[in-house]
Design a protein. Structure first.
Length: 548
């Protein structure tokens, strides 16, 4: 993880600017080092001499990489200038959004509410859909009498979720995506939510159960209060931003050109890389001046959209996986532009802290670019791949698999009847077509294909002990009962070297790249004068008491 050097604003004014190390013409101050140490100790509270020395050497290495990047003139390249502009806008936007929630605080009751919610466990099931239209279709079926068990097989590829009606078991509030957890916790047992938007798509949630420890004392709360104050304020600020975003989007009065949107998504689907993955030419073939949307009275053409999309990260563009996502992406660009306009009007682009943040992000970019340049050509030698393969063959195998048929019914008495039918000579596949509630497998004579132990969860060991043609069960899952028949067994098989080669290389490559990076850093260090002020280093006191 690359980190910058110039975030001075985190230190108090009384902290010293004493030079801790010199790297060529560059310096590392005591304040910079203490800030980095403080952040490191938040992740690993081990304040020892070796840890401090490793951190200092890492900071020196980063300065060495920056010096080399500057020597090569990378700050003058078009690539850096484009990235620097994106960094500048992101830093201004981050500072403005932080400003919007600076005064948001949590009161005692809110902190307690979060604490008590964290003690709860809820059991729920859900149905997933990538788009709102699909989610609404599932919701309407549920309202018309369909069950999660009936719909799950057509929703999930995961065998467990497909076979258990999307049942997730018990989880705590911080085990799931925040919107999902918040929705589940507001439901009453047996209640079904309307489709809710999460960062993965849409979910319809049914709460099955809720449990809480019988006794929670004020002492328990006092011990955790500091932690839950931070959590509560973090979530409250996130909700505040969401509400402000919704309000601002409404004010922008966005009107989309549905024809242009459909054409853009069609081009995304048919292009090799996809519009959002390659914003330079992702909508090639469309008229650049075609109107995409009217935003607050301003016309956005396709070329305007492309220009704005290039200011976002690859990660943001890769999130666009549907036409609905494309609409949201454009709305996000409009929201970003409006916030930037307001931020500039308020003078955030001239703020000293923002300028420091910009420098930090620019340095991180240059450091990572240098690391990539020095290590991207590294490959793991063939003999090392073979040595690893020979030393740890058990790590490179095709997992054991079984091919199953299954029958799921609502009552145990039905299972007993079906088992008697099998004893009389009835075919499992025929009975699956007649009785099984899961339509997708019933239509195939109960065949669910090949599955691994990981697909079967808690039933894995029991099912994998069965021989071909053997019947297993009944197994109870919630209020449903199942039996399975093993059709075929594929034992775990060692991968050949050629089959395992790519996996082995992926496992070993990071270590080889790190070794090459250290080798290159030693070369880059040689012409530089590097000096550490040991007296200043000794003045850095323990910061463990400042990490909370």
């Amino acid at each position: 993880m690359a980190l910058g050097f110039f975030l001075f604003s985190c230190g108090r004014k009384s902290e010293t600017h004493a030079v801790l190390a010199k790297v060529g013409d560059a310096t590392i101050s005591q304040r910079q080092y203490e800030w980095r140490l403080r952040n490191l100790l938040m992740l690993t509270p081990l304040d020892t001499a070796p840890v401090r020395e490793a951190l200092l050497q890492a900071m020196i290495d980063e300065q060495v990489l920056l010096i080399e990047a500057n020597r090569r003139g990378w700050r003058e390249t078009e690539d850096f200038k484009r990235r620097a502009e994106s960094i500048r806008l992101d830093a201004i936007l981050e500072a403005y959004r932080d400003h919007l929630v600076d005064t948001v605080q949590a009161n005692e009751n809110e902190i307690k509410e979060t604490f008590f919610l964290a003690q709860e466990q809820v059991a729920a099931r859900h149905l997933y859909a990538p788009t709102l239209a699909e989610a609404n279709a599932y919701y309407e079926k549920l309202q018309s009498g369909a069950t999660f068990e009936e719909l799950a097989p057509s929703v999930f590829k995961d065998y467990r979720l497909a076979s258990n009606g999307g049942y997730l078991g018990y989880f705590k509030w911080d085990d799931m995506e925040p919107t999902f957890s918040a929705t589940a916790q507001k439901l009453r047992p047996g209640e079904i939510s309307k489709p809710v938007r999460t960062k993965f798509g849409y979910s319809i949630i049914k709460l099955e159960d809720r449990t809480r420890p019988p006794i929670i004392t004020e002492t328990d709360f006092a011990k955790e209060k500091k932690k839950f104050r931070w959590v509560t304020e973090h979530r409250k600020r996130a909700r505040t931003i969401q509400n402000l975003d919704a309000k601002t989007l409404a004010e922008l009065q966005i009107q989309f050109n549905e024809t242009a949107l459909a054409q853009m998504w069609e081009k995304t689907q048919s292009s090799r890389a996809g519009t959002m993955r390659d914003s330079e030419d992702g909508v090639a073939g469309l008229t650049p001046t075609a109107e995409v949307a009217n935003i607050n009275g301003q016309t956005w053409m396709i070329r305007d959209f492309q220009e704005r999309a290039r200011q976002t990260s690859v990660r943001q563009r890769n999130r666009v996986q549907s036409a609905e996502d494309l609409r949201d992406f454009i709305s996000g660009l409009a929201l970003r532009e409006e916030y930037l306009r307001r931020a500039h009007k308020a003078g955030f682009h001239n703020d000293a802290t923002v300028q420091q943040r910009i420098r930090m992000k620019e340095e991180s970019f240059l450091i990572e670019k240098m690391k990539s340049l020095l290590t991207d050509s590294v490959a793991v030698p063939e003999d090392s791949l073979r040595q690893e393969y020979a030393a740890l063959p058990e790590n490179y195998v095709h997992p054991a698999m079984v091919r199953l048929r299954e029958i799921t019914v609502a009552h145990q008495e039905q299972i007993a009847h079906i088992l008697r039918e099998i004893e009389r000579g009835k075919e499992f596949s025929e009975l699956a077509r007649r009785y099984s509630l899961r339509k997708w497998s019933a239509e195939r004579g109960g065949d669910v294909g090949y599955v691994t132990k990981g697909d079967l969860g808690e039933l894995a060991e029991k099912i994998f002990k069965l021989k071909p043609r053997a019947i297993g069960g009944p197994y109870q899952r919630d209020q449903y009962f199942s039996i399975v028949q093993v059709v075929d067994v594929k034992p775990a098989l060692p991968k050949t070297f050629d089959e395992a080669k790519a996996e082995i290389a992926e496992n070993l490559l990071p270590a080889y790249r790190q070794r090459e990076l250290q080798k290159q850093l030693q070369k880059l260090r040689q012409p530089l004068t590097i000096a550490v002020e040991q007296k200043v280093l000794q003045q850095v006191k323990t910061l463990l008491d400042k990490t909370n």
